[in-house]
Design a protein around this ligand. Structure first.
Ligand code: UD1
Ligand code: UDP
Length: 366
């Protein structure tokens, strides 16, 4: 059978890599790899394709940056044409980006099945474009691969009960496989002159934090005003916002370019605390046993908060909470490393697709 994997951004490359690997190892499946081009800079795309050992995409749709509608619409039209021309049995997309929304909408009106990887997670915050994308993708999906029981429960509460499989999150597969290699190969700590356990890793890129000048300035000022180093590899969106507000990091904060996956995993795993608004980083922090402060009013990864390894903070509270966790509370905030599965989610998803395909063929024969 032909399986098309659609990705648009950095986290989708990371989290789909285990699925792509499992498809390539399955004799009865052929892979078509489609990159919408939502992320296009080498530091958000090409470097991940290399590091993760992914094949070059069969096609790049060249969607690029733009408004929500531009990104979604361009990819929608291009994906419809690609699916019509290539007739895959299944199209898979991961997560909550505009690329996922486009794939879900395009495929749901065509012959192929749509499989949603990381189905069912919810922030219940409709102001996030990602929440809209998740809800719509799950509503039209033919296969729903939920990372956790909580995610499956969210689907049940929306009346979605068929073809829901709890598989674990593929982030565990990727993080486990690559953090070992990262530790052996990455020289990021030397390059940045950091001592393991004596600095903070940070990422900020959510629209809510970067589009609001005051909010961004408050967060960055808090990170720049502590007595230990804070390293923040800045997403291009964040770098543009930093330039726009004219913020000059002159204290504890170092704003650097985005890191490739190995360097980032090494930076994260040796950090004393992580401050983030990223979804994937909240998950990886729990896997790598790094206490996490999340600068958001809510999270679609509530398991981490319930387990006590992640805490929601505001731009106003992040500075004080960071000082307290860094100095005194660190040890209380580690220890739940298995919230997102056992590292075999990719294999499991592909096996479920393979057996579903066999069942269909058996039914057709009868
Ligand atoms: C997108 C996703 C978000 C995800 C994030 C992962 C949506 C709605 N948002 O947000 O859920 O967490 O990716 O990183 O799909 N830019 C570049 N180079 C690039 C790509 C983007 O400079 O290669 C800049 C452009 O100025 C662009 C801005 O970043 O306008 C935002 O990019 P976009 O893809 O729209 O959203 P992200 O913030 O990356
Ligand atoms: N990441 C990376 N380099 C960086 C920052 C993040 O490799 O400089 C990885 C990180 O390990 C995680 C993923 O990117 O796996 C998260 O992506 P992002 O924060 O952009 O998106 P989100 O997960 O919030 O959708």
């Amino acid at each position: 059978s032909l399986v098309t994997v659609v990705i648009g951004t950095r986290p989708e490359l990371i989290k789909m890599a285990p699925v792509i690997k499992a498809i390539r190892e399955t004799d009865s499946m052929e892979l078509r790899f489609v990159h919408t081009g939502q992320h296009y800079d080498t530091e958000l795309s090409g470097s991940f394709i290399r590091t993760l050992g992914l094949p070059e995409p069969d096609v790049r749709l060249g969607v690029g940056s733009g408004s929500q509608a531009e990104q979604t619409g361009e990819a929608l039209v291009a994906l419809e044409a690609d699916v019509e021309a290539t007739s895959p049995d299944v199209v898979l997309a991961q997560g909550d980006t505009n690329a996922v929304l486009s794939a879900a909408l395009a495929v749901s009106k065509l012959d192929a099945d749509f499989g949603h990887v990381e189905a069912g997670i919810r922030s219940f915050d409709d102001e996030m474009p990602e929440e809209v994308n998740r809800v719509v993708a799950d509503r039209v999906a033919d296969f729903l691969f939920a990372p956790t029981m909580e995610a499956a429960q969210n689907l049940t509460e929306e009346g979605i009960t068929e073809n829901v499989h709890v598989t674990g999150n593929t982030v565990v597969d990727a993080c486990r496989e690559h953090s070992k290699v990262a530790h052996e190969q990455s020289d990021v700590l030397d390059r940045l002159d950091l001592t393991p356990g004596e600095y903070v890793a940070a990422t900020v890129h959510r629209a809510r934090n970067t589009d609001d000048d005051d909010r961004l300035r408050t967060v960055l000022t808090a990170l720049d005003d502590v007595s230990f180093p804070v390293v923040l590899p800045a997403h291009p969106r964040t770098q543009a916002a930093v330039d726009r507000i004219g913020f000059d990091a002159s204290g504890s904060l170092a704003l650097i370019d985005p890191l490739d996956y190995l360097d980032f995993l090494e930076l994260l795993s040796s950090a004393r605390v992580v401050v983030t608004d990223s979804g994937g980083v909240q998950e990886e922090a729990s896997i790598l046993e790094v206490p996490c402060l999340t600068v958001r009013p809510n999270t679609e990864r509530p398991e981490t908060v319930d387990a006590g390894v992640n805490e929601l903070v505001t731009p106003e509270t992040v500075g004080d909470r960071l000082r307290a966790v860094y100095r005194d509370e660190r040890d209380e905030m580690v220890g739940a490393t298995d919230l997102f599965g056992d590292g075999r989610a990719g294999e499991r998803i592909v096996e479920l697709l393979r057996t579903a395909g066999e069942d269909d063929r058996d039914a057709a024969r009868r």
